[in-house]
Design a protein around this ligand. Structure first.
Ligand code: AKG
Length: 271
């Protein structure tokens, strides 16, 4: 698979830092067919982490599966051989880029599941400000069905995480519940864009974001590829994280390092 643009402009890097999210048209367009094959392989044989919504009702589903890059060749190829590690390092202003996990999110035509406003980092066993997820659509997505962010909200602190079905992930978490966006006493600015296959929305793990239902007649296949930078440390949460890595037996504040999280960009020759 061929590589493509690796160098981002200073303006893009600044926009990411200040706004917490940036849209990168065409950045992974060479990888669309490879990623589509990877998503299709996972959907044919989901992992034990698969968690889909509405699958037992008569309504179209919202397929979610995580952490498949080690068993699916196409996803592994993207992680190691695409420009994503280098692009991630630039956005995070980090010397290194370590892969965290892949997350497949397929909304079938007519799926009524809205992905509610949330931020990602409180769900994860990782702390640190240097982080980026690439939300990569593999089908065209108009602005009204695309991921949406609140500009600058990656600096607003961390809140108690809820599952996408509305239940608390960590019931004893003392942090405040995620704010009701309609009741914020500021005027949030929303960031969104029409997107094509192979574009990416790059965003910090702490930014507030959501994605609408899929009221269209076409599937909305997306893969989110998540990366962390030099300052990543393990974070112990008050329950099983999503995705769950409790089998690693990590301690709070330990360097975020395990074979599951390969250092893809900026490796020292001795590592
Ligand atoms: O695609 C969606 O519905 C939500 C995506 C999301 O929340 C994420 O990638 O972090």
């Amino acid at each position: 698979m061929t590589n493509q643009t690796n160098t981002l402009s200073e303006n893009i890097i600044k926009e990411f830092k200040v706004n917490g999210a940036v849209f990168l048209p065409g950045i992974f367009s060479n990888w669309v067919s490879c990623l589509r094959k990877g998503v299709s392989a996972v959907m044919k044989a989901p992992s034990e982490r698969e968690r889909s919504y509405e699958k037992n009702k008569d309504t179209p589903g919202f397929f979610n599966d995580f952490c498949n890059w080690q068993r699916i060749n196409e996803l592994r190829d993207f992680v190691y051989n695409s420009n994503s590690g280098e692009v991630a390092a630039q956005l995070m202003c980090s010397r290194t880029a370590r892969f965290f996990h892949d997350h497949i999110l397929v909304k079938e035509p007519g799926s009524s599941t809205v992905t509610p406003w949330h931020q990602d980092q409180p769900y994860y066993p990782v702390a640190g400000f240097q982080s980026v997820s690439f939300w990569i659509p593999l089908d065209p997505v108009p602005r009204k069905r695309s991921i949406e962010f609140i500009k600058g909200s990656h600096t607003w602190g961390q809140f108690k995480p809820r599952r996408f079905d509305g239940t608390d992930l960590f019931p004893n978490d003392p942090r405040n519940h995620f704010p009701d966006i309609d009741e914020l006493n500021c005027s949030p600015k929303f960031l969104g864009s029409e997107m094509r296959p192979g574009d990416a929305a790059a965003f910090n793990f702490n930014i507030f974001h959501r994605a609408p239902a899929n009221s269209s007649k076409r599937r909305r296949r997306v893969i989110s590829m998540r990366w962390v930078g030099d300052d990543a440390k393990f974070a112990v949460r008050l329950g099983r994280t999503s995705p769950d890595f409790s089998y690693l037996n990590y301690r709070d504040g330990e360097p975020f390092s395990a074979p599951e999280f390969p250092l893809v960009f900026g490796r020292k020759t001795t590592e």
